[in-house]
Write a protein that binds this ligand. Structure first.
Ligand SMILES: Cc1cc2nc3c(=O)[nH]c(=O)nc-3n(C[C@H](O)[C@H](O)[C@H](O)COP(=O)(O)OP(=O)(O)OC[C@H]3O[C@@H](n4cnc5c(N)ncnc54)[C@H](O)[C@@H]3O)c2cc1C
Length: 373
């Protein structure tokens, strides 16, 4: 069977695209290599800029009682700290719960899912796509959305430029029970990285850090690296010593690359991290994934018609333009601000900046955040 749109990847970008397109009557297939619900490496702090849109789609999971986050705390490697209000604020919810919630909403709107199915290859020929699934099936479709996240098999088959380069970053996530204010998101620096701590739904907290693969190799295991590097920040040491860790082992990913990517490649329309990943210190990747999916789906609804001829080139050009206008500067700012993190003196500088000139810190934060949409 053919679909108007095949979406590769059912994370926030893929699910959001599926909601908007299915709501307007297009036939949509989402191919996701895992099965909901599942944990992902993510800080699980989501900026309030997404609220008007999610509420308008009936996709804000109010009944899950997300934590409401209003204050920001920053500590340096050596344990200096500052606190400031979060101008726009955000909410905390586990991806385990949020993605499952959006998946259920998409099913209600008639979206078809192929779960536990990996897309192996995508060919574009005679103005249509052939999407090759791991089981050998081929799905035909006039439109394919690439919502396969930071790094995927599809990036390799497309031979995208960033895939050639190794990245030093690793991501590690835990859920914990701990004593910490429920309305604060903390960002604790350590050598080579930084760790977020904030509440999600229930009595759980998310503890998620971006660390260095070099350190992991040097110390031989996550545990040894945490002992030698992460716990040198006294705030983090205290969290490790006074919390209950709820996973048997942490969720870990590697090869996290913040290099610019193209929003359209091989005629595939990229959405979310597939189009570009913002540095996680901004706590904005999820909002960006949802926003980019909304913009892309609205353009598809404007330019694509299942019954009449339509102009692919106009859709691709428009999307590339809109993506650049909304997100290119934010990703660039995120890369620059990340230089203030993960080093002893740089993180001291960041804390001092926040303390002495809070308006500058707020301006910097605003650079990486969007307006409510
Ligand atoms: C350490 C770290 C902390 C972060 N913390 C935050 C935070 O606190 N707040 C925030 O807003 N953002 C944060 N982010 C960023 C955020 O997690 C991402 O920007 C967001 O998940 C992007 O959503 P997505 O849908 O593009 O990708 P994903 O959520 O990664 O979804 C991609 C999906 O595609 C599937 N897939 C991949 N390849 C295939 C294939 N070939 N076939 C089928 N399925 C496939 C995957 O299984 C996955 O489900 C963080 C990122 C990192 C690395």
């Amino acid at each position: 069977m053919g679909y108007d749109v095949v979406i590769v990847g059912g994370g926030l970008a893929g699910l959001t695209n599926s909601l908007v397109l299915a709501k307007s009557g297009l036939s949509v297939l989402v191919v996701e290599k895992k099965a909901y619900p599942f944990h992902r490496v993510c800080g699980e702090y989501i900026s309030n800029e997404v609220l008007p849109f999610l509420k308008s789609m009936g996709a804000y999971p109010e009944e899950l009682e997300p934590a409401q986050l209003k204050r920001f705390q920053l500590t340096s490697v050596a344990g200096k700290q500052m606190e400031m209000p979060l101008d726009l604020g955000g909410w905390g919810i586990s991806r385990y719960a949020l993605d499952e919630f959006l998946y259920r909403r998409a099913l209600e709107l008639g979206v078809t899912f192929r779960l536990k199915t990996q897309v192996e290859d995508v060919h574009f020929q005679d103005n249509q796509f052939e999407v090759v699934l791991a089981q050998g099936d081929i799905i035909f479709s006039p439109l394919v959305i690439g919502a396969f996240g930071k790094r995927s098999k599809v990036d390799k088959v497309l031979d995208r430029q960033f895939i050639q380069e190794r990245s030093d970053y690793i991501g590690v996530k835990y859920h914990i029970r701990t004593e910490f204010p429920g309305d604060v998101i903390a960002l604790h620096n350590f050598a080579g990285g930084y760790c977020g701590l904030s509440k999600v739904e229930g009595e759980r907290y998310n503890m998620c850090y971006l660390g260095s693969r070099k350190h992991l190799r040097q110390y031989g295991s996550i545990e040894a690296m945490e002992e030698a590097v992460v716990k040198r920040n006294p705030y983090l040491k205290q969290v490790y010593e006074n919390s209950e860790f709820l996973f048997e082992k942490p969720e870990v990913i590697n090869e996290i690359n913040f290099k610019p990517k193209a929003p359209v490649e091989g005629h595939i329309l990229m959405s979310g991290d597939s189009a570009g990943l913002i540095t996680p210190l901004c706590g904005n990747g999820m909002a960006l994934a949802i926003h980019s999916a909304k913009l892309l789906s609205e353009l598809i609804l404007t330019h694509y018609s299942p019954k009449e001829t339509w102009d692919r080139e106009v859709l691709e050009t428009e999307y590339a333009k809109v993506w650049k206008k909304h997100f290119a500067l934010r990703l660039w700012a995120g890369r620059k601000i990340q230089r203030l993190f993960g080093g002893e003196s740089a993180s001291n500088l960041a804390v001092n900046l926040g303390k002495r000139t809070p308006w500058v810190a707020r301006r910097m934060m605003a650079q990486t955040h969007g307006k409510p949409f």
